[in-house]
Design a protein around this ligand. Sequence first.
Ligand code: ZN
Length: 184
Amino acid sequence: MRRVCAWCRTDMGRAEGNKLPDSEISHGICPACVDNFAFQQGVSLEQFLDSLAMPVFVVDGDVIVKAVNKAGCAALGKRPGEMLERLGGNVFECAHARLPEGCGRTIHCSGCAIRRAVTKTFITGEPQCDIPATLTRNDADDRSAVALVITTVKHGDAVLLRVDRIEPQPGQISSLSGGLSCSR
Ligand SMILES: [Zn+2]
């Protein structure tokens, strides 16, 4: 089994103490990224986040957005003030978040790949890498599904939620209005 940095994808060599083949991959955080996170924490998290090309949302254990980078603003077509201190489902315009129970408390939420990845990383400290997530959005009266690929990494008391890919689902592009246009 090999270990790969969840954040920068650097190969960290063979994982000690197991006999799994090298095609199996476990994720950690490489020393360079640990240093980078630690250093940036003392300087300016905003500057660090803005240096990243992919959308990154800093969320707490309840998936409340605490910070967002420029790429995240561009991907969602929102200003930071429209996102900070709000639940992820509202920021991402998840259709389920519009239900009276709210993001995290509807019957759909236990299956939410984004919430699960954030929660697991928050509780265990383990990165979650390349997690596919389907976001059902509700734009005006129209529903549209968006396929996301996300990576989560623990950072202090928060989780860095990086959106690695955003793709409208085939056949539902017509109802995808504005925002969420990011891809790499
Ligand atoms: Zn790394």
